[in-house]
Design a protein around this ligand. Structure first.
Ligand code: PLP
Length: 418
């Protein structure tokens, strides 16, 4: 049995609320090791991670090729002098230009999704000399001031107001509402091609194309936040490719670091990034980039992550495994409609909507007791996410479906007595 003073120390030194949540859920053994789609606690118990490390683990934990690349890079150069140019970020930028849609080309590197979106918002302002942003209800773009300002849930925003003043929020997926909100004062429209934290919402066909047309009509930049939906998870390198629409600025993070390094990128078209020519140091960061910088270790690892994604056919795997998982979850939904009311998503980015408030928490807790880690969504409490590593074995998905069925049956029985 591991020493449990960690829980007191977590409460005392990091976050008492989170410590209470672990206690309440009965999570009393910390995670100490992970491999592929599985994590192991200090008692040696194995869990299947259907939340994929909050969407980071498309490649799974400690993919051998990515770990090897990290180790070899560590033996040479981890962080740069920032006085001489380094090659790894340049190679990654070139690689991103190859795999992103449309004319996206200039990369700014950073360490998180929120920072990538901060860069995107600033670039849009610099390009257009306008202040206003249009975003959507339920959107999640991160928790730094700018990213939070264009996010769609007041709970996370209210304690920090005033945020950026000129933000217009419209319902997600509603092209007419978007059209009404965009005028010649708008610097950018920022959208997730599939909303993640909003509850895994796939927009109606034609929505992203309409956003493209509306932005073009008003000279506004179109930003796609692919922090969660990018890197093969939905069956395309980037989810916007399902709709054949390319943005002016695309942000990516989470799985870009191959599950080994934190990294984010803001990739812009030459048109969107034209101000860099005259103001090369306008947006920089010590560990990230700008001005030719970027951490050699993180960017080398990200190059390997892209190669693995392509060579191991992550898109094909996500589509095949996603269809299997979605079919199985829909069969469980038909059996227990009082627990699960909808299963939706693309590839291995799936959301499971529960029939009413409170059921999501019960289902998650039943899954946890069966060693299945599912993920809630920050902006929609009724939806659990299933966003496992693309490398998850089919047998593990079969087990998960059996355990979700068991958990749903348990929740149905408890709910019937309430
Ligand atoms: N954008 C999207 C779509 C996300 O899902 C997230 C995180 O979940 C972010 C941005 C913020 O990323 P980070 O937590 O790395 O700042």
């Amino acid at each position: 049995m591991p020493d449990s003073t960690w829980l007191e120390d977590l409460a005392r030194y990091i976050n008492p609320g989170i410590a209470r949540a672990y206690s309440f859920l009965g999570v009393l053994s910390p995670e100490v090791r992970a491999e592929g789609a599985f994590v192991y606690d200090a008692d040696g118990e194995r869990y299947v991670d259907m939340g994929g490390g909050y969407g980071v683990m498309v490649h799974g934990y400690l993919h051998p090729r990515i770990v090897a690349r990290a180790k070899s890079q560590l033996d040479r150069l981890a962080l740069p002098s920032r006085s001489l140019p380094v090659l790894e970020p340049i190679a990654l930028a070139k690689r991103l230009a190859e795999i992103t849609p449309g004319d996206l080309r200039y990369s700014f590197f950073c360490n998180s999704g929120a920072e990538a979106n901060e860069a995107a918002l600033k670039f849009a302002r610099a390009r257009t000399h306008r202040a206003t942003f249009v975003s959507t209800h339920g959107a999640f773009h991160g928790k730094t001031f700018g990213a939070l300002s264009v996010s769609g849930r007041d709970l996370y925003k209210d304690p920090f107001r005033p945020l950026l003043p000129d933000v217009r929020l419209v319902p997600y997926g509603d092209a007419a509402a978007l059209e009404a909100a965009v005028d010649d004062e708008v610097a950018a429209v920022i959208l997730e091609p599939i909303q993640g934290e909003g509850g895994v919402i796939v927009p109606p066909d034609g929505y992203l194309a309409a956003a493209r047309r509306i932005c073009d009509a008003h000279g506004a930049m179109l930003i796609f936040d692919e922090v969660q939906s990018g890197m093969g998870r939905t069956g395309r390198y980037f989810a916007c490719e399902h709709d054949g629409v390319a943005p002016d600025i695309l942000t990516v993070s989470k799985a870009l670091g191959g599950g080994v390094m934190p990294i984010g990128a803001c990739v812009s078209t030459p048109d969107a990034a034209q101000f860099l020519d005259e103001m090369p140091l306008i947006h920089t960061s010590t560990f990230g980039g700008g001005g030719g910088g970027g951490a050699p270790l993180a960017t080398a690892v990200a190059c390997e992550a892209i190669d693995v994604m392509i060579e191991e056919d992550f898109c094909g795997q996500a589509l095949r495994k996603g269809a299997f998982l979605a079919d199985g979850l829909r069969a469980i939904q038909r059996e227990f409609p009082e627990v699960i009311s909808d299963v939706r998503g693309r590839g291995l980015m799936l959301g499971l909507e529960t029939a009413r408030e409170g059921v999501g928490g019960m289902l998650m807790s039943e899954l946890l007791h069966r060693h299945v880690l599912a993920l809630w969504t920050l902006n929609n409490e009724r939806v659990l996410r299933m966003i496992p590593p693309v490398v998850i074995p089919m047998e593990a998905l079969e087990d998960v479906l059996r355990l979700v069925r068991e958990a749903a049956a348990e929740v149905a029985a408890v709910a019937a007595e309430l």
